[in-house]
Design a protein around this ligand. Structure first.
Ligand code: ZN
Length: 67
C-alpha cells in the first residue's frame, strides 16, 4: 500500500548520457539544448550536436509515417 511514493514519470536512474556519442550531462538532467526521444519504450537523450543529426532522422521517419 505504498503507491503514493510511485510517481507516474520515474526519473531516469544514473547520469544522463548522450545515446549517440556517450557525452554525460552535468547535474543528472539533460540540458534544454539536448533532445529527448522515446524509442522502444526507453527515453533516450541526445546532446546538442547529436540532436541536430538525430532530429533529421526523426523528421524523415515521421514523414514516412504520416504519408
Ligand atoms: Zn552526443
Amino acid at each position: 500500500m505504498d503507491e503514493d511514493t510511485h510517481s507516474p514519470e520515474e526519473p531516469a536512474t544514473g547520469p544522463v548520457v548522450c545515446a549517440r556519442c556517450g557525452t554525460a550531462a552535468a547535474g543528472g538532467t539533460p540540458p534544454l539544448t539536448w533532445l529527448s526521444s522515446m524509442e522502444d519504450g526507453r527515453l533516450l537523450h541526445f546532446c546538442e550536436s547529436c540532436a541536430r543529426l538525430h532530429i533529421r532522422a526523426i523528421e524523415s521517419r515521421l514523414d514516412s509515417l504520416w504519408w
